[in-house]
Design a binder for this molecule. Structure first.
Ligand code: 0GY
Length: 289
């Protein structure tokens, strides 16, 4: 792993908050192990190995039932580690893949059979080289035919430039980590209001109210991020997902205790109904229907 890379928390605490039965961690990754599933030559970072068995142990410790495993940039377009984890999990995991535009229909069908239900378009410049939008458009049309959706990852300064493209996508579009707001600005700032408008005006848009550890300035318990997530849960209760983001790649300031991340959930989803939608009903509708 890179010399400045922080490994995941070795012994996350058991959360005090008890998640509803059947809860889904809808954003997490598997990394390697690199000996079995080598990292992509074009990667921008080399992580600490974080394999499927460690992910499933965390799922159980936190009281969750299912995972949505998202292909991360360090594995490029080779989804072998993801597929291996999906097969091992049986019906308890679904996947979001990153696709080569030359993928054959047969390979797409194999991913579908393994439990992949979405494709990720990553626009974060420190993570990936840029992909022409025409390439993403071609992939979007092919996966729409399978009933998959698109997960997009970008940073808030890029929202304005991306909006005309994103709003042409033909499927449900899930925005990672609330579009990565600058939490020094406030919920009422025009930047976060633009993100809210994107969801208000486009009913096919969802978002993950995840990653307080990445967005925070103040650090744990991440109270500076809570108002952004709560606003989205309140406004769009049927179009929000939650995930740990384990094993938290590229954290520089600190490594979160995943149990503490779970304990934030009742601050952002303030009723049992909202918690049920966020953790069970919404992800089940998107990934297990
Ligand atoms: C995340 C966030 C990051 C990394 C990736 O694909 C990735 O490598 O998504 C990040 O560095 O912000 O969602 O895991």
């Amino acid at each position: 792993m890179d010399s400045d890379y922080l490994a995941f928390h070795p012994n996350s605490s058991k959360p005090a908050f008890e998640v509803p039965l059947g809860a889904v961690d809808a954003h997490c990754h598997v990394f390697g192990p690199g000996r079995e599933f080598p990292y992509a030559p074009e990667r921008k970072y080399t992580p600490c190995d974080a394999g499927k068995n460690q992910l499933f142990a965390l799922r159980d410790r936190l009281g969750f039932s299912r995972n949505v495993i998202v292909q991360a940039s360090c594995h490029g377009r080779n989804n072998d580690a993801l597929v291996d984890a999906l097969k091992a999990a049986g019906n308890l995991a679904r996947g979001v893949a990153v696709l080569d535009p030359d993928i054959t229909d047969g390979e797409l069908n194999e991913l579908n059979a393994a439990g992949v239900r979405g494709v990720r378009f990553n626009f974060v410049k420190r993570l990936v080289d840029s992909t022409p939008k025409s390439v993403f458009q071609g992939i979007a049309e092919r996966i729409a035919a399978l009933g998959w959706h698109i997960v997009v990852y970008f940073e808030s300064p890029d929202l304005e430039e991306l909006t005309p493209f994103l709003t042409t996508l033909p499927t449900t579009v899930v925005v990672d980590h609330m579009g990565r707001p600058d939490v020094t600005k406030g919920v009422e700032h025009p930047d976060f209001q633009s993100f809210i408008r994107l969801l208000s005006e486009n009913e096919n848009f969802w978002t993950k109210v995840s990653c307080p550890e990445r967005l925070t300035i103040d650090g744990p318990p991440y109270d500076d991020v809570v108002p952004y997530a709560r606003e989205l849960v309140d406004r769009f209760p049927d179009r929000v997902l939650w995930g740990t983001d384990w094993p938290h790649p590229n954290m520089k300031s600190h490594m979160p205790d995943d149990g503490h991340l779970v304990d934030i959930i009742p601050k952002i989803a303030t009723t049992r109904e909202k918690q049920q939608a966020l953790l069970v009903d919404n992800p089940m509708r998107l990934y297990w229907r």
